[in-house]
Design a protein around this ligand. Structure first.
Ligand SMILES: *Cc1c(COP(=O)(O)O)cnc(C)c1O
Length: 387
């Protein structure tokens, strides 16, 4: 730290230099984040000092958090769901599995299984946050294979379940391919085995309800115990805004710790101090857009996704699966080479999926028709050289 303070203008000069080094989202096709909505920015700045870690001091902000949980629960099939605004999908996933573990630990107390290592079964397509979960919660994370459409294979899920399995995870909108697992069938398996089912809808939770095609993926499926959904992805709230929902309060109570010297008695969140600003931003976007506004945004992203897929096909480039949402995986041969050639040629930031290898593109609201036309022109050149 410098001994003497700098002038404000001097600090701002440095900040501007740093900002220039950062990429703008305009040619980023690899991210599930985007520019925050204007109303989210305004709300964020208005509540910038609010700390939901000590929510008794900020009852107004706290009301907005409760309202976000209620609205999101209602959108996802259970208006009486409880939960809170987390820092994102990673925290939400950790907390759901932590609640399962604590619940089962209590249930197993005094049984022969006590002291044995618990496990959960997740699809091979699960987000890398489950690696952190295995490490932190000291449970085994078993990976079930996928079928040809990159949905989890149900018979493999069943084969991996044993008497130490505490829960299953299904993904509604996989990070790499945007695919939706057969949540209904997974719910049946969970009920039959008396274990929990967590739906990781970090990305898809604010996409699937607004698609023309209907999917059973949320609390409308009986076996679903918890859901994670990220307002800082498709809802265009500010970072950090995740949301973790529990169908039953009893399960969320498994996370409760006492909070001495605060205005509240207990706390469920993983972090202590946490952003009231992101809660206000999420509340503001939801109120401002309504279901109609979100449907419009998702429809637009899907139209542009179709335009991209159509354009790619006319170049002879095909998709790995028929896109379900605004995530596209293109079969371009050597995806790593194509990805770096696109970066060199047009400054495009794309990513490469693990298995099968493909060029991955996320069509967020900052991706416009012109963006896709320019991208396709560069893809054509790159493919003529490499594909
Ligand atoms: C993005 C994502 C996550 C992780 O969310 P963070 O907000 O980055 O912590 C988890 N699961 C899925 C399916 C995701 O797409």
């Amino acid at each position: 730290m410098n001994e003497k303070g700098m002038k404000e203008e001097e600090v701002l000069v440095i900040l501007n230099e740093k900002k220039r080094k950062d990429r703008r989202y305009d040619r980023i096709l690899s991210s599930m984040c985007t520019y925050p909505h204007d109303i989210a920015l305004k709300a964020h700045m208005m509540f910038i000092e609010a700390n939901l870690g000590d929510s008794g001091l900020f009852p107004g902000t706290s009301e907005m958090e409760e309202e976000v949980v209620r609205m999101t629960g209602a959108l996802l099939g259970e208006e009486n769901a409880c939960g809170y605004i987390s820092t994102g999908g990673t925290e939400s996933n950790i907390q759901a599995v932590r609640a399962f573990r604590n619940f089962k630990m209590r249930e197993w107390r005094g049984t022969p299984r006590e002291g044995e290592r618990m496990n959960i079964v997740v699809p091979e397509s699960a987000h890398f946050s489950f690696e952190k979960i295995a490490d932190m919660l000291c449970i085994d994370v078993r990976k079930a294979q996928l079928d040809d459409e990159l949905r989890v294979d149900l018979s493999d899920v069943e084969a991996l379940i044993d008497d130490k399995t505490i829960g299953l995870v299904g993904i509604a909108g996989t990070t790499e391919f945007g695919q939706i697992d057969p949540i209904k069938e997974m719910g049946d398996i969970a009920i039959r085995n008396e274990i929990f089912l967590h739906v990781d809808a970090a990305f898809g939770g604010f996409v699937i309800p607004f698609l023309d095609k209907k999917y059973e993926f949320d609390f409308s499926v009986e076996g679903v115990s918890t859901i994670s959904v990220d307002p800082h992805k498709m809802l265009a709230s500010t970072i950090p805004a995740g949301c973790v929902l529990f169908r039953e309060n009893e399960l969320m109570e498994m996370l409760s710790v006492e909070t001495p010297y605060l205005t509240t008695k207990t706390q469920f969140s993983l972090t202590g101090t946490r952003s009231g600003a992101a809660a206000a931003a999420t509340y503001a976007v939801m109120k401002f857009l309504g279901v109609e506004g979100m449907r419009r945004i998702v429809r637009k992203c899907m139209d542009i996704t179709k335009m991209l897929v159509y354009g790619a096909r006319s170049l002879g480039v095909h998709t790995v699966i028929e896109p379900v949402m605004n995530v596209v995986a293109l079969d371009v041969g050597d995806a790593e080479r194509v990805s770096s050639a696109l970066r060199e040629r047009g400054g495009w930031i794309t990513s490469v999926t693990r298995k099968p290898k493909a060029l991955r593109l996320v069509i967020m609201p900052h991706v416009k028709e012109e963006t896709v036309s320019d991208f396709l022109a560069d893809l054509k050149c790159v493919c003529e050289e490499q594909c």
